[in-house]
Design a protein around this ligand. Structure first.
Ligand code: RDL
Ligand code: RDL
Ligand code: RDL
Length: 152
């Protein structure tokens, strides 16, 4: 199995490093990394990871800033990532950490690492059919605590 990691220089945390470290803990996978300037460059990076590097699944790692134009940028990037998934019929696990989700730099770094690692585990589970089904409806979140099931 070949996993593509697309990440950015805009992010204030080295998210790609955490993704690779976590994936290697869980599985003997081949990894291709492709770093781009910012989130809007992630869709084509992922498409190239599929088409030219023969990846089976990708993670798109990015950090939208806290301003309104950054939020717009993140939405555009997400739309591009979804288009890429539909064009290639392959999953891209989008790991976005918005700068304003965290109260300070320390929490931002923690959140980026935690969300990246948890989504890396989701990638492994997604590649093993039936695995995520066991967690269906359990209110999983990545980074901060899980919301949990509404029905006890
Ligand atoms: O193609 C070059 C850039 O346009 C592209 O890398 C953008 O994604 C960069 N960028 C912005 O221009 C912006 O206004 C980013 C953000 N905001 C942002 O919040 N996060 C990014 N990139 O990763
Ligand atoms: O590709 C991995 C995730 O990016 C993807 O599963 C998202 O749909 C997860 N997600 C968010 O990132 C978010 O900000 C979800 C929500 N909000 C939401 O409100 N409901 C979801 N997913 O099911
Ligand atoms: O319910 C609290 C949070 O889950 C909610 O604020 C999410 O929108 C936060 N979030 C993002 O903004 C995002 O871009 C999440 C993800 N991605 C994600 O992949 N997983 C999350 N939250 O649990």
């Amino acid at each position: 199995m070949k996993i593509g990691i697309a990440d950015t220089t805009f992010a204030r945390v080295n998210m790609g490093r955490f993704a690779i470290d976590e994936l290697k803990k869980h599985s003997s996978v081949t990894i291709e990394r492709y770093t781009v300037p910012g989130v809007k460059d992630l869709p084509v990076a992922c498409k190239k990871l599929f088409d030219e590097y023969q990846c089976d699944i990708c993670m798109a790692l990015g950090m939208p800033g806290g301003k309104e134009k950054d939020r717009m940028c993140a939405h555009e990037a997400s739309t591009g990532l979804i288009a890429c998934q539909l064009m290639t019929n392959r999953h891209i696990i989008e790991v976005f950490v918005h700068e304003d989700e965290a109260a300070d730099d320390a929490e931002l770094a923690w959140l980026a690492e935690q969300r990246t690692r948890e989504h890396a585990v989701n990638v492994i589970k997604l590649m093993r059919p039936g695995t995520l089904e066991r967690e269906a409806g359990t209110g999983q979140r990545q980074g901060f605590s899980d919301a949990g099931s509404a029905r006890q």
